[in-house]
Design a protein around this ligand. Structure first.
Ligand code: R5P
Length: 291
């Protein structure tokens, strides 16, 4: 009998099954659903006593996931699971890490406090660390941070001839430089100013040296997609080809994916959040880290 069990929240079946196959840890049986009034119902149909339990729950749309996640974790602890570990390929609430305007809640720290009380450990991929340098600065539990850069550079090497990588803003510099180095291709980073949730303004460096190359815009998160769309407009206006859009986490808020598709660009993300653009599988990265 295995001492490890993998549970998952609805919507995370594919990733949980893939991890279960790769790690040879069985899936734990649990019923997780909503009552008609939308409160959560949780029933664990397993003996979890003294077991290491993993919960797969990627944290896009975190507000609706947090309470069921909390109930599942609390129930596992009440039934004496040895450890409750969260596999959250996408970790939410990493961007409001500062109070930009008087009175603003610094939600990254608050969210971290809440999760630190809910689980014993977190495994995640490329959390948005910008002003913070490590998750330990806000999380009081052990965290394993994995990086998708080698998978992205592998994708670029296999799929793009004469690539040149473009980071849409200063924050993306860390991912872009690593991927470019690994793929052996040039890169540049643009300057972005965020005007509102859905408006950004982008300033370009001189792109003439890259005119005959295939631009690939790389970002950690594609949310409203305005960063990608604005960057793309500028790159095209500079006379370059339509960029390929490569993102680690495809959140695609609202109609973001169709807006981006309308540009005609090829869009590729990892399956940290499943979408039709998930062309890069990160389950092996997680399984290797847990082995
Ligand atoms: C910046 O904070 C991130 O690295 C991304 O550039 C940003 O989240 C993308 O957001 P959006 O798709 O809404 O422009």
């Amino acid at each position: 009998m295995s001492n490890q069990l993998i549970f998952y929240l609805p919507g995370n079946e594919t990733m949980a099954k893939s991890l279960s196959n790769k790690l040879n840890y069985p899936l734990g049986k649990a019923e997780i659903r909503r009552f008609p009034d939308e409160e959560s119902y949780i029933r664990i149909d397993e003996n979890v006593k003294n077991k290491d339990t993993f919960i797969v729950c990627t944290l896009n749309k975190p507000d609706e996931k947090l309470l069921p996640l909390y109930f599942l974790c609390s129930a596992l602890k009440e039934f004496d699971a040895r450890r409750v570990m969260l596999i959250a390929p996408y970790l939410a609430y990493m961007r409001q890490d500062k109070s930009f305007k008087t009175g603003e809640a610094v939600t990254s720290g608050m969210f971290a406090k809440l999760l630190s009380k809910t689980v014993d450990k977190i495994i995640t991929i490329d959390p948005h660390l910008h002003r913070l340098s490590k998750l330990d600065e806000i999380y009081s539990i052990p965290t394993i941070v994995l990086h998708a850069a080698p998978l992205l550079s592998h994708w670029v090497k296999r799929n793009v001839q004469n690539a040149f990588l473009v980071g849409p803003d200063e924050e993306s510099g860390q991912w872009v430089s690593e991927i470019a180095k690994d793929a052996g291709v040039p890169f540049t980073v643009l300057t972005k100013e965020r005007i509102s949730d859905t408006e950004v303004s982008i300033t370009m460096p001189d792109l003439r040296p890259y005119k005959n190359l295939q631009p690939v815009m790389v970002d950690d998160i594609i949310s409203t997609a305005h960063t990608m769309i604005e960057g793309m407009k500028k790159i095209r206006a500079a006379g370059l080809k339509t960029p390929i859009c490569l993102g680690v986490h495809g959140i695609f808020a609202g109609n973001a994916r169709s807006l981006l598709e309308e540009t005609g660009a090829q869009i590729i993300t990892t399956n940290s959040i499943y979408s039709p653009t998930s062309g890069i599988d990160i389950s092996g990265l997680i399984a290797d880290a847990l082995k």
